[in-house]
Design a binder for this molecule. Sequence first.
Ligand code: SAM
Length: 277
Amino acid sequence: MIDCLPPLRDVIAAHDLQPKKSLGQNFLLDLNLTAKIARQAGDLSGCDVLEIGPGPGGLTRGLLAEGARRVLAVEKDARCLPALEEVAAAYPDRLQVINADALDLDVLAHLTPPVRVVANLPYNVGTELLVRWLTPKEWPPYWDSLTLMFQKEVAQRIVAQPGGKAYGRLAILSQWRCDARIVMQLPPEAFTPPPKVHSAVVHLQRLEQPRFEADAAALSRVVAAAFNQRRKMLRSSLKGISKDIEAHLVAAGIKPTERAEQVPIEGFCALAREVAK
Ligand code: SAM
């Protein structure tokens, strides 16, 4: 037992929290597992934790039991609020719940650094949130680390190396500014209801400075175009970026006949600098 609150199955029954597919609701009900996920984020005692999508509160309880200074939990589904209020009452002054869409909310006003982000993300908005966390104009960002659940294929794309099919936009944006690794793997049965896919937790530790200089918007644009047509040669897939793309590629040290998959992060950063000149 990690706290004196009722088991999550009882919480879900008491508040009639039938999982909704449209909100990506695959809940974790094993509190030992949620505490283990919370531990992947390191020592939380001096940190504010941002959690997106607390649902009935399994991971939230893990984070609080593991000693997070404060948790800010952003949940879109108002049906979950009464269950989360019970968690807040069990951990006085340590849990703030906001009923909002995480894609619309400015969380910064509610957080005090150091901040770590920990979430079992809804799969339909997970990638969008990750890309937003990784691509602010200024670096370092407001958060120190991201510890996030994804479907396994997405997790593999985040940690992928050049040369393989998984390597693309997510690998480049993640590893450009962070150390990224898979820290846990979970089978479908770990969730209620079980999703069709396997899942994995990725831990991204921010670097104080990006590995290579580049403007985030320019890099995002170049990488999105390059991998949008990943089987084409770069001189062709990147035509829309600049009419002088061949010259830019050469100046960045990249062969115009190369395919996106072969180019390391350093090459894309050099290209983003050339294009932005
Ligand atoms: N954290 C809980 C757990 O681990 O059992 C629930 C995880 S469930 C995969 C995703 C949660 O995100 C759901 O509670 C869902 O209602 C919520 N959610 C979905 N879209 C959201 C959004 N745009 N903003 C905030 N929360 C959202």
